[in-house]
Design a protein around this ligand. Structure first.
Ligand code: 13P
Length: 253
């Protein structure tokens, strides 16, 4: 049985004071569940320290939204895996579609980020997902397969618990339109099979989560599917009550 995981991707939101307050709210409202469900909060870099302080001793884990693949050197503006670990992060998100689309991140960059993060002892959420155009052309599985294969090949994953794949259809992010549970399950079971071709038996232990307009109303039906092990939550993670309600549902078996 894979432990469910709910991660809040706060994206480019929250000044440090607001971030600390939101983290406190999540800590208070999820206290009962912190051992039952893996909970991750991923604030912007500037709020990692403030949020990390609130999470100390709570069981809720700190994550970053991006990372660079080198450990140190002349890479102006970048942050290394070791720096994230030093800032209290145990998790990092790589390959989010906003970074692929807006910042031009390629599959090769995603692969290097994943490999460098795992090497530094960070756990990683790798995001994949198709655009609306790709979906309309019937290319969803092909696109996602390419992203998964390019990200995972040659990365040497020793702990399947430290790798999460987030299926985030681009058309469902921030749009209020989510994939139906059956649509998400179809793609996520394909992802497990693809990961199995690369990683062997340990793919059965990797968690695959869904992201894209997840909220307290749709989470229950999504989690009822066998290959949906949790959620990567954007907008709804910016309110402690909705985040808590999503975690609460994930804590029910
Ligand atoms: P929304 O939940 O706001 O659609 O964002 C999803 C997402 O991109 C999480 O990484």
């Amino acid at each position: 049985m894979r432990k469910r995981l709910i991660a809040g991707n706060w994206k480019m939101n929250m000044l440090r004071g607001e971030a600390a307050e939101l983290a406190r709210g999540v800590v208070e409202s999820t206290r009962r569940l912190a051992g039952k469900v893996d909970i991750i909060l991923a604030p912007p870099f500037t709020a990692l320290d403030a949020v990390g302080k609130e999470l100390q001793g709570t069981g809720i884990m700190l994550g970053a939204q991006n990372v660079f693949w080198e450990e140190r050197g002349a890479f102006t503006g970048e942050i290394s895996p070791g720096m994230l670990a030093d800032s209290g992060c145990s998790w990092v998100i790589v390959g989010h579609s906003e970074r692929r689309r807006i910042l031009g991140e390629t599959d090769e960059m995603v692969r290097m980020k994943l490999a460098a993060s795992l090497k530094a002892g960070l756990k990683v959420i790798v995001c994949v997902g198709e655009t609306l155009e790709e979906r309309d052309r019937g290319h969803t599985v092909k696109v996602v397969e390419g992203q998964v294969v390019k990200a995972l090949t040659g990365t040497g994953i020793s702990d399947p618990g430290g790798l999460v794949i987030a299926y985030e259809p681009v058309w469902a992010i921030g749009t209020g339109r989510h994939a139906t549970p059956a649509e998400a399950e179809f793609v996520q079971s394909a992802i497990r099979e693809i990961a199995g071709n690369i990683l062997g038996d340990s793919a059965a232990r990797i968690r695959i989560v869904y992201g894209g307009s997840v909220n307290e109303e749709n989470i229950r039906d999504l989690l009822a599917e066998p290959d949906i092990d949790g959620a990567l939550v954007g907008g709804a993670s910016l309110r402690a009550e909705s985040m808590a309600s999503i975690v609460e549902t994930a804590g029910e078996q």
